[in-house]
Design a protein around this ligand. Structure first.
Ligand SMILES: Nc1ncnc2c1ncn2[C@@H]1O[C@H](COP(=O)(O)OP(=O)(O)OP(=O)(O)O)[C@@H](O)[C@H]1O
Ligand SMILES: [Mg+2]
Length: 505
């Protein structure tokens, strides 16, 4: 495993201070213990916790070194320890900001030269005080891969003495657990087994729904299931064509053909014109899971470094579930100000923005980023540079024809026979309306008629349209500015550029 190798190299190379970010202590500890034994020269491993102080790895917890519960005393003990060793500090992060702890750590690593001693800080969050930034090397412990999950599954199957399973069924159960830690996977398999009384391919659904709950619990990523298909979106033909063309972009066949994996797309546009909807329906079109990254929740002011850790964890989870679509709605709100902002939040947003960009640039796993935005002036320019996203689309107010399409879709959703509506007239009468506003007009018309205990008609819709002042008129300036900007830089999502330009007149 790559991770173990990296850790091994760092330890061999006598790095004095390593920060291991992982929620899976046991797995990481076992890996470190193995490394400590692998060398010809055996090193002892000690583990510190705030509850027990320092205990040698593998020893019962009560055999603890005296007076090592306080972080400072523990570090002092490590400094005074004469022999080579690896000293794991579990969850030191709540104490690490104390000036004494930081100072002790710095003194400790300075004293480690040529001693074959190393401190490994292990915690689910990364939190490094500025004073230590230069001395510490941070590594993320990745989530288990299929092979590692296979060990977990095999153990579970052995326990229940399950009959042999085909490779395909096994693979499905493993795939369903990707993105979980080993502990979580074990729990999920066990729960599926308890619920269904067995563990076969048919329990994949249970595993998946358990995983969804676990992922939701971390609060930053959310599984989204969308019932609508791409056909329930009116217009936007270019955009739809682009997406349909890439339906099989993440298959083995596409790789063999020599195609690169799509990286992501940015959909800019006027509010209420179907940006979020199209992003959500793409998952169905491509047959991939859809994860929404809630940028608002990434920000956590409670602790320095927590926001970055949040982002990194979320991206790590997304990667481990890949191929997947990562949906970031309203990117402009998340990164408002991004670089060069007045640093009102101590630079957190620009740091987050930086890590996100780096991740986008360097990611090799098939995570397709689908972002939407409507205030481009608030979006840092770096996002728009060529090469970040495969394509930037601009979703404008619907054209007359697109509006007909939208009426057809929304009326068909509610009534089986829609021939009694004159879609051409309705489309003409709703110049400047967004898809969302058209939908609202239909609903308003229905309420009106329902209150009068009759079926709604063309006239009810027209009345509702007349009573509505569309956003494009109340916010003319913003909408015009957005259009002017997008005309030069983004690809129109509607059917043709000519039609799009006509709209301007
Ligand atoms: N082109 C369209 N075809 C069909 N329905 C549409 C279309 N555009 C918008 N709608 C309807 O309006 C609703 C809201 O659209 P959506 O949330 O996708 O807009 P948005 O562009 O993301 O807006 P915002 O910028 O405010 O987030 C959709 O769920 C859909 O019912
Ligand atoms: Mg939206």
């Amino acid at each position: 495993m790559v991770m173990k190798e990296e850790l091994n190299i760092l330890i061999q190379a006598q790095y004095p201070l390593i920060y291991l970010v992982t929620p899976e202590e046991e797995r990481a500890e076992a890996a470190i213990a193995k490394i400590a034994q692998m060398k010809t020269k055996h090193r002892r491993v000690f583990v510190w916790t705030v509850t027990h102080g320092i205990v040698e790895y593998g020893q019962p917890r009560h055999i603890t070194q005296h007076n090592t519960v306080s972080p400072e005393a523990a570090i002092q003990w490590v400094v005074q320890h004469r022999e080579p060793g690896i000293f794991i500090f579990k969850d030191l992060h709540p104490f690490i900001d104390s000036p004494a702890t930081t100072r002790w750590l710095r003194d400790a690593i300075a004293s480690f030269k040529d001693t074959e001693k190393a401190i490994i800080l292990m915690s689910p969050f990364q939190q490094v005080p500025i004073e230590l930034e230069k001395d510490v090397i941070v590594i993320d412990y990745p989530l288990p891969n299929m092979a590692e999950l296979n060990q977990v599954l095999s153990r579970q199957l052995d326990q229940i003495k399950s009959r042999r399973m085909t490779t395909e069924s096994r693979e499905k159960l493993l795939k369903a657990a990707l993105g979980l830690t080993k502990d979580e996977a074990e729990k999920v398999y066990r729960k599926a087994q308890v619920k269904a009384g067995r563990l076969t391919e048919e329990e994949v659904e249970i595993v998946l729904s358990e995983k969804q709950q676990l992922i939701r619990r971390n609060g930053i990523l959310e599984y989204i299931e969308e019932d609508e298909t791409i056909n329930s979106i009116g217009g936007l033909e270019e955009l739809k064509k682009w997406l349909k063309q890439r339906s099989n972009a993440f298959t083995e066949r596409a790789r063999e053909y020599g195609l690169p994996q799509p990286k992501g797309m940015l959909i800019l546009g006027v509010p209420g014109c179907g940006k979020s909807l199209i992003a959500k329906t793409t998952a169905r079109l491509w047959g991939l899971p859809l994860l929404r990254l809630d940028m608002g929740r990434v920000y956590d002011g409670s602790m320095v470094g927590r926001s970055e850790a949040n982002l990194r964890n979320a991206l790590k989870t997304a990667e481990s579930i890949s191929p997947v679509i990562l949906f970031i709605d309203e990117l402009d709100k998340a990164f408002a100000g991004g670089t060069g902002s007045a640093d009102s939040d101590g630079g957190t947003s620009s740091r987050i923005f930086g890590s996100f960009l780096t991740w986008m640039q360097e990611k090799t796993s098939p995570v397709f980023v689908m972002a939407t935005a409507n205030r481009i002036e608030r979006l840092p320019g770096e996002f728009l540079r060529k090469g970040r996203f495969d394509e930037i689309f601009f979703v404008d107010l619907p054209t007359t024809e697109e509006r007909q399409d939208i009426y057809r879709i929304h009326l068909s959703k509610r009534r089986t026979d829609i021939t009694r509506f004159d879609l051409v007239q309705l489309a003409k009468m709703s110049e400047g309306f967004s898809g969302a506003e058209i939908e609202q007009a239909i609903i308003a018309a229905m309420y009106e008629a329902f209150a009068q205990e009759r079926e709604f008609t063309q006239l009810d819709i027209i009345a509702a349209l007349k009573a509505t002042l569309p956003l494009s008129r109340t916010m003319t300036e913003q909408v015009t500015a957005l259009r002017d900007w997008a005309r030069q830089r983004a690809r129109p999502a509607a059917s043709s550029v000519a039609e799009y330009l006509q709209l301007e007149s």
